[in-house]
Every structure is written in C-alpha cells, then in structure tokens.
Design a protein around this ligand. Structure first.
Ligand code: ATP
Ligand code: MG
Ligand code: MG
Ligand code: MG
Length: 490
C-alpha cells in the first residue's frame, strides 16, 4: 500500500535526525520575521538567512546550528515566487506547500548531501532509480563560471547513468538569494511519472510527466557588491523538497490532488456542492468544476495557514485576494452556499494540526472560520451593493451618447472597494464608457492611497476570466501577468 503523507513527512525528518545527526527545527511562521524584503516565507532556508549572511547573533541558538532538518510552511502567492497562476491548472504548483529540507552550515558538502538524498529516495522511499534524473550546473562562459563537474562526478559515482545527469544553465541550476550575498550551483532531482523511455528532454520543461522534486543548493560563493564571486570561508548546503510532489510520486499520482494530502478536502468540498470531482486536468477554463475544486482545496489550506500565523488583515491584500478568489470559485463555479469555504477549515486543521501546533486547537479552528466568514460576507455584500448602485445609475439616464459619471465610478471603488478595472468592464459589458478624464483626475487626486494599483490587482478576484474575455481583454494570461507585475512593483 502507498505510504500515507504523514509517513512521507516523518520518514524524511527521521532519516536526517536519527540517522544523520540533524537537529529538527520547527517551521517558522509563513510571515517572515524582520524581513521586509519578503511577503511570505517561500523556502525552508528563509529562517536561516542570518546564518548564511553571517549576521546571526553569536549568542543565539541559531549560531550553533551545524546540521538542521525541517518541514517548512511555504507560500508562493506573491512577490518573486508567485505560483498562483498555475494553481489548479497543473497538479503540482500550490500557493501553500510544505518544504522538507536539510541543511549543513559549514559541515558536510556536496558528496554527503547527494549521497544522503539518493539513499533516502531510492532505499528508504523505494523510488526506482531509473525513474530519476538529476541536473547540475553546466557553467556560464559569459560570466566566467565553470561547470560543476564535481557534482556531476558524484552522481556518476552513485551509479546514475550519464544520460540521466544533465547540465543546465544559470536560470535553473545556480541559486542566488538576491543581488548580493551567498549563492552557488545547485543540483535538482526530477522524477519521470511515465518511465521506460528517454525523457531527458522533458526535464525542466514544465511537463506534468517529469516533475522536479528536490533542489540541493551548494552555497560556496558570496556575490560581492561589484558582482564578482568570492569563495566563502565555509561552505553550506541548503535543500528543499516539496512534500506534496514527493507524496504524489510515492502514491503513484501525477496530480498532487489525488494524494491523501488533498482527497479529504475534495471530499469535503463535494459535501457542499452538487456534482463530484472528476479529476480532469489540462484546462484553463475558469468555469470548469474540476479546476474550481482544485483551486478551492489549494486556497483553503493557504488561508488557514496564513490566518493562523498572521490574521487576514495584517497579511494584507495578497491573502485577501486569495480569499476572494476562493469565494468566487465556491459560489460562481461550484454553486456552493455562502459559508461553504469556512466549512472546509476543520478538514485542513485536522490534517495539518499534528505537525503545526498553531492549527491544532478548537480555538484556532473557530477563529479561522470566523475570519473567513466575516470577510466572505463583507465581500459578497460589497459586490451586491456595487451592482445595485451601478444598475441604479444606469437606469436613471440614457448613456448611449453620454459618459458614465466618474464620481459614481469613484464611489464604487472607494466606498465599496470595487476595483476600477471591474467598474470599467461592467460598464463596457453594458456598452457604456466612464468619463475617463474626470476619473483620471480623481485617481491622481487620491494617488497617495495607491488605489489604482490595488484595483488592477483585485480585478481578477471578482471577475471570471470568461467575463474578461467577453468584454475583449486580449489574453487572460497577459492580464494575469499584468496584475502580478503590479503586485511585484508595490
Ligand atoms: P518549479 O520549477 O517546479 O516551479 P522551483 O524550481 O520553483 O519549482 P524550488 O524553488 O527549487 O522550486 O523549491 C524546491 C522544491 O519545492 C521544488 O523542487 C518542489 O518540489 C517544491 N515546490 C516549489 N514550488 C512549489 C509549489 N508552488 N507547490 C508545491 N511544491 C513546490
Ligand atoms: Mg517555481
Ligand atoms: Mg525549477
Ligand atoms: Mg528548483
């Protein structure tokens, strides 16, 4: 029988702790402490940044870390790492996921790291070696960086056939924390879900058949201010493997949603809507029920974790946006009643509470549900009021030759939180145009609130992509990207 996810997780932690002397460090909250450069924790290494940077207080516990293992709550829904676009469309990018990682701070390096990873995957988890591909840094002549032959040789010595040891460039196999700071080549392990073929061209192709499962980064340089690379006095290892993907591999599922990390949630969603989950993938149609199941299952995990750690208000617009997206999918696509979203929370806390104590108590569960319900009610009522105000204004006058009053558009936005883009689109649907000049003036006048930027971002919270297309927004992916660009530029 396939290994349950809880055992996939504990096997990893036990392997490094009990067999290889690593200290088990708890996950940090998803909101980074004292790091304004990050919206959310997006990798296990985030909490260890001071060690890599050499800024850890020598009296702190952290300063004594040599070998560490952990399972980190990660969110990639904003900022540099934003996977929101892929969620539900593919089966292996989530906004919230658990990253299993092991670290060496000036202790072991490449050889031991690869050896342990290979043993864990092939012997303890029993993954057939002939399904695995590994990549290494192939060098970059322009930047004067040599290929990481050392890592290549390590894999060959471990018995990986040369045809499955593949060189890639900077983008995939050289990891940098930022413009300056610790960095180095990495090696990634990929799994072929099909097998019995030569799939090397599919590695790093974003194919659902060959997925990246584990990234091992070898931190050996420091990127200096003048952009040169200086060898660090001590080398470190930083690895990360997605629990959901690994579980997919071990349970023989190409979609993570078909593993026991998600099936209880899909069942819970089925309780609140009429039709079942059919597991169809490969669609970009936001009206598709299966896609909505996946999005809602993904988003409710993210919401529960984010609210438990930070509360929705201080987590900011990004979490609010996920909440509204989830509400919209629940109500518009799944035809679930109001309150359905919050009713999924106990399933999440039941599944994650054992591992993450902040999700374990009755009080945690109740407060997460309350916050979701309040925000859902608020959002739905704004939507209703907004539509009514718009309707009323439109019915009072004939707008065939006239421009829609900017003051009403502005009030929809400011007083009811309606995205301005949405106002534009709703008007366009009715063949009406807003008084652009006057509206621009109002926007400029209120620029300090930064509200126009927010409105573009929120546009997709409330509108289905089909609605965007109906009124002629050129391409849905572009508009999504546009929204994300604004978000990143904040
Ligand atoms: P991908 O190329 O698939 O987007 P990545 O290269 O961005 O992954 P890393 O930053 O190397 O991922 O993170 C380490 C590991 O975390 C990955 O190998 C993968 O197993 C997992 N992971 C990354 N992003 C996600 C996500 N959005 N959802 C689930 N797991 C993820
Ligand atoms: Mg990625
Ligand atoms: Mg990758
Ligand atoms: Mg990677």
């Amino acid at each position: 029988p396939p290994l349950p996810a809880a055992q996939v997780r504990s096997t990893f932690l036990d392997f490094f702790r009990d067999k290889h002397g690593h200290l088990l460090v708890p996950s940090s909250p998803v909101r980074p402490r004292g790091d304004p450069s990050l919206l959310f924790v997006n990798a296990g290494m985030n909490q260890f940044k001071p060690i890599f940077l050499g800024t850890a207080d020598p009296r702190s516990e952290m300063a004594s870390y040599h070998r560490v293992v952990n399972s980190q709550k990660c969110v990639r829904a904003g900022g540099k790492h934003n996977d929101l676009e892929d969620v539900g469309r593919d089966g292996y990018h989530h906004t919230f996921f658990e990253m299993l990682g092991n670290w060496s701070f000036g202790d072991y390096f490449k050889e031991e790291a690869c050896q342990m990873a290979w043993t864990l995957l092939t012997e303890h988890y029993g993954i057939p070696a002939n399904r695995l591909y590994v990549s290494y840094f192939g060098g970059d002549a322009a930047l004067g960086l040599l290929a990481d032959q050392e890592t290549r040789d390590i894999w060959l010595d471990l018995g990986v056939p040369p045809a499955r040891v593949l060189p890639f460039g900077l983008k995939d196999n050289f990891w940098e924390m930022g413009d300056t700071g610790p960095c180095g080549p990495c090696t990634e392990i990929h799994y072929d879900h099909v097998g019995g073929r030569d799939a090397r061209t599919l590695v790093n192709m974003d194919s659902p058949d060959v997925v990246e499962i584990w990234n091992l980064v070898f931190i050996q340089y420091n990127r200096e201010v003048d952009q040169s690379l200086r060898l660090l006095p001590r080398f470190s290892v930083d690895t990360g493997m997605g629990l959901e993907r690994l579980t997919g591999v071990l349970q023989g599922r190409r979609s993570n949603y078909d593993t026991d990390l998600f099936t209880p949630l899909l069942h819970a969603i089925q309780q609140v809507r009429a039709g079942p989950y059919a597991g169809r993938t490969g669609t970009a149609d936001e009206g598709q029920v299966d896609l909505a199941y996946r999005v809602v299952a993904d988003h409710i995990r993210t919401l529960s974790v984010c609210i438990a750690d930070v509360s929705v208000q201080s987590a900011g617009t990004c979490v609010m946006r996920i909440l509204r997206r989830a509400v919209r999918f629940c109500i518009e696509v799944l035809k679930a009643p109001q309150g359905a979203l919050a009713s999924l929370v106990p399933t999440v806390t039941y599944m994650l509470g054992d591992v993450y104590p902040e999700l374990s108590t009755e009080a945690d569960r109740v407060s997460i549900m309350d916050i979701i319900n309040e925000n859902e009610a608020h959002f739905l009522s704004s939507l209703r009021q907004g539509s009514r105000l718009l309707q009323r204004t439109l019915s009072r006058r004939d707008y065939r030759d006239r421009l829609f009053p900017a003051s009403v558009a502005w009030s929809l936005h400011r007083d009811l939180g309606f995205p301005l883009d949405l106002v534009d689109l709703m008007l366009a649907e009715r063949g009406v145009q807003v008084d652009r000049q006057e509206l621009d003036r109002l926007i400029a006048e209120n620029q300090t609130e930064g509200s126009y930027c927010v409105s573009s971002r929120l546009m997709l919270d409330v509108l289905s992509l089909a609605a965007l297309q109906r009124v002629g927004v050129p391409h849905t992916d572009d508009s999504l990207k546009y929204a994300y660009r604004l978000e990143d530029g904040r």
